[in-house]
Design a protein around this ligand. Structure first.
Ligand SMILES: Nc1ncnc2c1ncn2[C@@H]1O[C@H](COP(=O)(O)OP(=O)(O)OP(=O)(O)O)[C@@H](O)[C@H]1O
Length: 252
């Protein structure tokens, strides 16, 4: 992938009472190859809807989404998607889960060495034969990540994959994602509620506001790698993003 372009995108949905909801309004941005984009915003601002549009699972009422100038019309193996609950198949082992996409795409002559490489890279060695219910939540998410990345997508969409994890496991999976991003240079787009996570991983941060879901600002992350969550620069940038999200502001 060279460039993802999202141009003048509007998405309207209707609630159970038939009321129109402008879920996304006038969304515009570009993503270049190798970037790590974090999308942050309060619940209901349309983050998941935006990822679904980029994946091709959904289509906008207006505007267009393209990859290298070609419209996104349907899901494609070149765009991976990792969900909050990794949705591993419970009846398959960790290794079988990681291999499943490759098998579906390439048949039984898929590249087994690639599977072993990602099992290693994700720190899953020794757990190949375990079933999802036998591993920790962090391991299950690392396996879900491996299952997507093994297909070598040009673009990986991450829909709050750390959302259900405790703080320690979350930090661990963040480090794994960063390592995979650095090693593979896969373009990644992460949806998150967590400001620290958005800053720790993102090269640019898209700040969204709800009702209607709009982009408030796209902020380039000034922090270099390796990033230290406790450094003064990190905390200063955190404050900048917090202010843009109007965190801590209460209405009387
Ligand atoms: N299929 C649907 N039909 C009707 N309304 C929907 C549908 N999907 C989402 N919505 C509404 O669209 C809005 C945006 O939803 P979306 O899940 O994209 O937001 P989000 O920012 O990802 O939220 P969260 O952070 O809580 O996951 C919400 O108000 C939601 O209720």
């Amino acid at each position: 992938m060279v460039q993802l372009t999202v141009q003048n995108v509007n998405r309207v949905l209707h609630d159970n009472a038939g009321q129109r909801i402008n879920v996304l309004e006038d969304i515009n941005f570009n993503v270049n190859s190798g970037e790590f984009i974090s999308i942050i915003g309060p619940s209901g601002c349309g983050k998941t809807t935006l990822l679904r549009l980029i994946s091709g699972l959904d289509q906008p009422e207006e505007g267009q989404l393209t990859v290298d100038g070609k419209p996104i019309t349907h899901p494609d193996v070149s765009r991976g998607y990792v969900f909050q609950h990794g949705s591993l198949f419970p009846w398959e082992t960790i290794k079988e889960n990681i291999s499943s996409g490759l098998k579906a795409v390439y048949g039984r002559h898929y590249d087994k060495k690639l599977v072993d490489h990602y099992i290693d890279l994700m720190g899953l060695k020794g757990f190949e034969s375990a079933y999802p219910h036998q591993v920790s939540g962090g391991m299950a998410q690392r396996a879900a990540l491996a299952r997507s990345i093994v297909l070598r997508p040009e673009l990986l969409l991450l829909d709050e994959p750390m959302g259900a994890l405790d703080a320690f496991t979350r930090a661990d999976v963040q480090n794994v994602i960063q390592r995979v991003w650095k090693q593979t240079r896969t373009t990644m787009i992460l949806v998150t509620h967590d400001i620290d996570e958005a800053i720790y991983l993102g090269t640019r941060i898209i700040v969204m506001t709800p009702r209607p879901g709009r982009i408030k600002e796209i902020v380039t992350n000034p922090l270099t790698f390796p990033r230290d969550r406790t450094s003064d620069d990190f905390l200063k940038f955190r404050r900048t993003i917090q202010d843009k999200l109007n965190f801590g502001v209460t209405e009387n």
